[in-house]
Ligand binder design. Sequence first.
Ligand SMILES: NC(=O)C1=CN([C@@H]2O[C@H](COP(=O)(O)OP(=O)(O)OC[C@H]3O[C@@H](n4cnc5c(N)ncnc54)[C@H](O)[C@@H]3O)[C@@H](O)[C@H]2O)C=CC1
Ligand SMILES: O=C(OP(=O)(O)O)[C@H](O)COP(=O)(O)O
Length: 337
Amino acid sequence: MQQVAINGYGTIGKRVADAVRQQPDMEVLGVAKTRPNFEAETAIDKGFPLYAAVEEREELFAEAGLEIAGPVEDLVAEADVVVDATPSGIGAQNKALYEEYDTPALYQGGEDADLVDVSFNARSNFEDAVDADHVRVVSCNTTGLSRVIAPLREEYGVEKVRATLVRRGGDPGQSDRGPINDILPNPVTIPSHHGPDVETIFPDLDIDTLGMKVPATLMHMHSLNVTLEEDVDAAEVRDLFADESRLFLIPERMNIDGSGTLKEYALDAGRPRGDLWENCLWAESISTEGRDFYCFQGIHQESDVVPENVDAIRAVTGAADAEESIATTDEALGIGL
Ligand SMILES: NC(=O)C1=CN([C@@H]2O[C@H](COP(=O)(O)OP(=O)(O)OC[C@H]3O[C@@H](n4cnc5c(N)ncnc54)[C@H](O)[C@@H]3O)[C@@H](O)[C@H]2O)C=CC1
Ligand SMILES: O=C(OP(=O)(O)O)[C@H](O)COP(=O)(O)O
């Protein structure tokens, strides 16, 4: 059993903790937080040992009636691997702690690529992270793009990717985010940071990305055009994608017209927190014109990186190969709508 520490128990960290607990070969050793709040209380209710990420704030937990198992250093020292799910930039500050205790660490997409040895997407480059000490699970958008590009590259070869990313302004709980009533080119410069980020997974890929932010919280939406190295037929691409467990091809018959109905479907299907771990591609949007492929896909920013973190744990600990890990993760979580 791999003993997994989770440092940062927010949107991503709490989901990774639940996913790790569901795996047959790993356990949550504990989770670390900086301050007491509803998530800290839920962690205790779920039976996750709660550690103080900042020693001076330990008494805040006692005042809130929450029992602390110890300082985060104890957790990191005992763990086989630590998943850092702290806000952007804090992971970089925490790296020295993980190095001090010689504990392999996973970071999230908000950290810079040069912080780590390897940027990771399970479907695309699992083997690169085997036995690495510092691995970054790429952002929700980069994960979503990589999952589509990997099979297209393998099957047809990719000449050029063009993607427009309509990004949600903030997560549902982020009441301080915007825009409230606007459509922002964001970033206004082109390419957006997503293209170079995808190139950390596929270094020789030709990709241009454009980003926007809109007043939505549920999901991102991608409009994709990939020029392939050979003529393709839309039906063939649909068949290719149907074999990918983390690509959900939304069938026409479901009458799912956007992010709202997608999330409603996830809740009806009994998904925890209404999570959609898979890319959600509208099957009808999969179109081809000569060598050009097009589609729309919805990306659930809060959850698509969760199975990727689980696979990255197996990669850095050398516990399984890509195929075995992805199959185990998918089965344990119930991935594959
Ligand atoms: N929310 C999203 O849509 C996605 C976020 N990411 C990335 O995941 C990372 C985490 O993001 P979220 O989970 O959204 O953030 P969050 O703000 O929801 O959660 C971060 C947690 O870390 C805690 N924290 C703050 N400072 C800490 C410290 N020094 N030590 C330990 N814990 C600390 C916070 O109290 C909070 O519980 C970021 O790198 C972000 O870019 C990646 C994909 C999607
Ligand atoms: O990494 C993300 O998006 P991004 O790839 O568009 O920067 C996550 O959705 C977090 O985005 P945020 O920086 O708006 O919280």
